[in-house]
Design a protein around this ligand. Structure first.
Ligand code: PEP
Ligand code: MN
Length: 348
């Protein structure tokens, strides 16, 4: 599955034989995705909502693989699920956000594979902990699983936002830095929560060179038993995909490459200057820390901090640098300065 831009689609949940088949047939004809997805066992946060059809759905997925020639993918949450999908020769599985947060569950899923070859997709955990995501991938790699990929599905928003989950794009970017050979695809459906935001999220994922998209589809989204606001018809998926601007990670045009090289050289110089300036600034911060300790005054000097924020934000040209960004930088520098002065005072 290397190199090809992957499309995974299908309903949030398998609900009935008719629903999975109608959706799969329309998808096959209109989009021909690389995998047909459907949740068989649904990890619902609260009990009582639709929890999936269970293993009955596996027979439908096997039929789709055989009759429509589309590889199937389902979610597994425990060793028993793995045993059942292996028995039904399902081509791939993904581990959901709630399961990835539990290393015991991840390890029992890895162990249940018993060296059988299968394609595995690991979603990010619900909360923005890249170590859990990394750890889950490492468990599969350590067991010798070759086809491991990651799915970015956003993170639980502690504050209310227009999206269901916050993308925190810097986290999949860091995952890509840690695992340059692992494909990371995006799940815009669970980030967006609503069909209207799918295009925007999908395009952002493409702009970041993600390797594919997993988008939920249903032949009749308004009747879906789970996640109905974010599902779209196979035809709308086709339109969505045709409206996306696919991008290449590289371009061999020599003019472009020269210009990029020249600009990057300038950026390199500035980055080293920034580091030198910060080192210089922290040296002064340490000297002030010594003075404060000697004269027994508090580390935090609120008036000074207020003046710093106000004067720097006033100084900055709003059109060239956003005030929110500058404030975040100042806060980070101030936090580090306080930490250094705490060290000088001999505190933890
Ligand atoms: C799903 O893909 O239907 C699902 C339950 O996703 P997540 O684990 O990302 O919430
Ligand atoms: Mn869903």
């Amino acid at each position: 599955m290397k190199d090809k831009f992957l499309i995974i689609s299908g309903p949030c949940s398998a609900e009935s034989e008719e629903q999975v088949f109608r959706t799969a047939e329309e998808l096959k004809a209109l989009v021909n995705p690389d995998f047909f997805r459907a949740g068989i066992w649904k990890p619902r946060t609260r009990p009582g909502s639709f929890e999936g059809v269970g293993q009955l759905g596996l027979q439908w997925m096997t039929r789709i693989q055989k009759e429509l020639g589309m590889p199937a993918i389902v979610e597994v949450g425990c060793a028993l699920h793995v045993k059942k999908i292996l028995k039904h020769n399902i081509n791939a599985f993904w581990i959901g956000a709630r399961t990835v947060a539990n290393p015991f569950s991840v390890q029992e899923i890895v162990d249940a594979l018993e060296n059988r070859e299968i394609t595995v997709f690991v979603k990010n955990p619900v909360h923005p902990d890249i170590e859990l995501w990394t750890g889950a991938i490492e468990r599969f790699l350590a067991a010798g699983v070759k086809n491991v990929a990651a799915i970015h599905r956003g993170f639980y928003p502690y504050e209310k936002t227009h999206l269901r989950n916050i993308p925190r794009w810097e986290i999949p970017i860091e995952l890509a830095r840690r695992f340059p050979d692992i494909r990371i695809i995006c799940d815009p459906s669970h980030i967006a929560g609503k069909a209207e935001f799918l295009h925007e999220i999908s395009q952002k994922a493409i702009n970041l060179n993600m390797a594919g998209l997993m988008i939920e589809s249903h032949f009749n989204p308004s009747q879906a038993l789970s996640d109905k606001d974010q599902q779209i018809t196979p035809n709308d998926l086709k339109i969505l995909i045709s409206n996306l601007d696919l991008r290449n990670p590289v371009n061999d045009d020599s003019d472009f490459k020269t210009k990029l090289y020249e600009l990057r050289e300038k950026i390199d110089v500035i980055d080293y200057q920034l580091i030198d300036m910060l080192e210089h600034r922290f040296k002064l911060v340490d000297e002030i820390g010594g003075l404060k300790k000697e004269h027994n005054v508090t580390i935090l000097q609120l008036e000074r901090w207020k003046t710093i924020v106000e004067s720097r934000l006033n100084y900055a040209n709003k059109d060239k640098i956003s005030r929110e960004f500058l404030l975040r930088i100042l806060q980070m520098i101030h936090k580090e300065s306080i930490q250094r002065q705490n060290d000088i005072f001999g505190l933890d």
